[in-house]
Design a protein around this ligand. Structure first.
Ligand code: ACM
Length: 505
């Protein structure tokens, strides 16, 4: 019934029924979360009480090294509920588990009458397999509205996913307000048109698109996510995928006399940032504002798909490579990203990068997001760097799930649900599912591509990879067990209005 599957669960006869007298004894933020998640549908007040005891939901922080940073123990019996965790993070996940133990009507936004709000008698011990369980949402290609971001956070938390990777900038749009460089959003936040149909068809819709988020709006989102145990990692994609920034500030580009437009086609712009000290200083200023808004310990500075032709044609860049003793102009990317990493370290932040940096001199200690195949995971590990497993073969949910012609337009495909569930990430920091949004202009499309595959990846990340057979396939019994629980999870998603793609089998 629970998804992701808990480490250990014993079900016994009996239940605990919530009613108007049920109290909560918990740290204030956790009690608030419990009420925020359970009261709207149940209509129960769940007031905070002064002590644990009969008829009380007690959620307690207790030193317990076996539970780690996010694990919890939970016991429901006839007299009440008691959960313990070594930190509040674990209690937040215990709250999500309590919600799943109730009838799925608890996920409704408003009061549902006539439902017995009973928790089954259970004993649960639950500790995640991986500390990083992420989901990337690209808000650069389409500026998804804030209400979607809030719902997205809610749904990540339902799956015990703890990280939202917000891809905030790209060739086609800059969505992060920077006070010192207002044109980044005023100019870089808007494009004249978008592709119609697949990018390879070369057609344009002729419809302007744009938008951006104020820092205050993002701070509110960060706080909302934090209450649910979800951290937000910002990505400012640099020094490539930066055409929107160069359109706003031509002096950031390699030919300051050229006037570029914000990108109107999908793909990889050949225009990249220059490597001049003034541009580096500007990027440092931008990152200074990023860390003010996002308190999470990691900042992602991109680094994927950076064409180097402009540097090779720029005498200043070539001279810098020579001066630094770099064998290739391309290695300037590693040197330059190292300067960003040093700057972020000065703010107490770790730097995250895409796996291209492995070929161009990854900064010491950078966390590598391995996307170009599972071999990139091994390469990052061999380089002694922490790695988040994000290979397109298992985690690119912007790919179509099947080759059925009725599938909505997708960038590529196919990536079936079963393949995701059979993913073997290995010894890594964690896993992350990607939703690049070129072909996800609406909330409905976002959900259709995200689920149920993100639910399968959430289980890999929390419960650990499942055993596979000699061919690498998920055995039928293992699959059937997951599918049974997934059906329950899809009912919950129905209640919260997530328009997922129905599973094929
Ligand atoms: C990527 O898909 N370009 C990271």
């Amino acid at each position: 019934m629970l998804l992701p599957r808990p480490t250990r669960l014993i079900r016994e006869a009996g239940h605990f029924a919530l009613d108007a007298t049920t109290g909560v004894f918990a740290p204030a933020g956790v009690a608030d979360l419990l009420r925020e998640l359970l009261s709207p549908a149940t209509g129960l007040p769940l007031p905070t009480v002064g002590a644990p005891g009969d008829g009380v939901i007690s959620l307690l922080v207790r030193d317990d090294p076996a539970l780690g940073a996010e694990g919890y123990r939970l016991r429901v019996d006839r007299s009440g509920v008691r959960a313990v965790a070594a930190a509040e993070a674990g209690l937040r996940w215990a709250v999500q588990t309590l919600r799943q133990l109730l009838p799925d009507q608890v996920y409704a936004a408003g009061p549902v009458r006539g439902v017995p709000w009973r928790l089954p008698t259970v004993e649960i011990v639950d500790v995640p397999a991986y500390p990083w369980r992420g989901s990337l949402l690209d808000v650069a290609r389409w500026c998804h509205p804030l209400p979607l971001l809030y719902r997205y956070v809610d749904v990540l938390a339902m799956h015990k996913l703890n990280t939202l990777h917000l891809h905030l900038t790209d060739d086609q749009g800059w969505r992060f307000e920077v006070r010192r460089y207002p044109r980044l959003t005023e100019v870089g936040g808007f494009r004249a048109a978008s592709p119609a149909g697949h990018a390879r068809d070369g057609r344009s819709d002729g419809v302007p698109h744009g938008g951006w988020y104020r820092q205050a709006q993002l701070r509110d989102l960060v706080a909302y996510a934090a209450r649910r145990g979800v951290r937000i990692m910002p990505e400012i994609d640099l020094p490539g995928h930066a055409q929107a920034a160069i359109a706003a500030y031509p002096e950031f580009g390699n030919d300051p006399t050229r006037r570029l437009a914000v990108g109107t086609t999908w793909g990889i712009s050949t225009h990249v940032l220059n490597l001049e000290p003034a541009t580096l200083a500007a990027v440092h200023h931008i990152l200074d504002e990023v860390v003010e808004v996002f308190p999470f310990g990691y900042v992602h500075v991109g680094g994927d798909e950076v064409p180097t032709a402009e540097w090779a044609a720029n005498p200043a860049a070539v001279a810098r490579a020579t001066e630094l003793g770099l064998p290739r102009v391309a290695d300037l990317q590693g040197w330059w990203t190292g300067r960003l990493a040093e700057h972020l370290a000065g703010h107490g932040r770790r730097t995250a990068v895409w796996d291209e940096l492995l070929d161009r001199g990854a900064p010491a200690g950078a966390t590598v997001f391995a996307w170009r195949g599972t071999d990139r995971i091994d390469l990052a590990r061999a380089a002694g760097l922490p790695v988040v497993a994000a290979p397109y073969s298992h985690t690119y949910f912007d790919w179509a799930e099947s080759d059925d012609p009725a599938e909505p337009l997708a960038i590529a495909g196919v990536l079936p649900l079963r393949t995701v569930y059979g993913f073997q990430p290995g010894d890594v920091l964690g896993v992350q599912g990607q939703l690049w949004s070129e072909y996800l202009p609406t909330e409905q499309r976002v959900w259709w591509r995200a689920f149920p595959r993100l639910a399968a990846l959430a289980e890999v990340g929390w419960s650990g990879p499942v055993p596979t057979d000699d061919t690498g396939a998920v055995p039928s019994g293992v699959w059937a067990e997951f599918r049974g629980r997934l059906t329950g999870q899809l009912r919950r998603l129905d209640r919260v209005g997530v328009s997922y793609r129905p599973p094929d089998d």
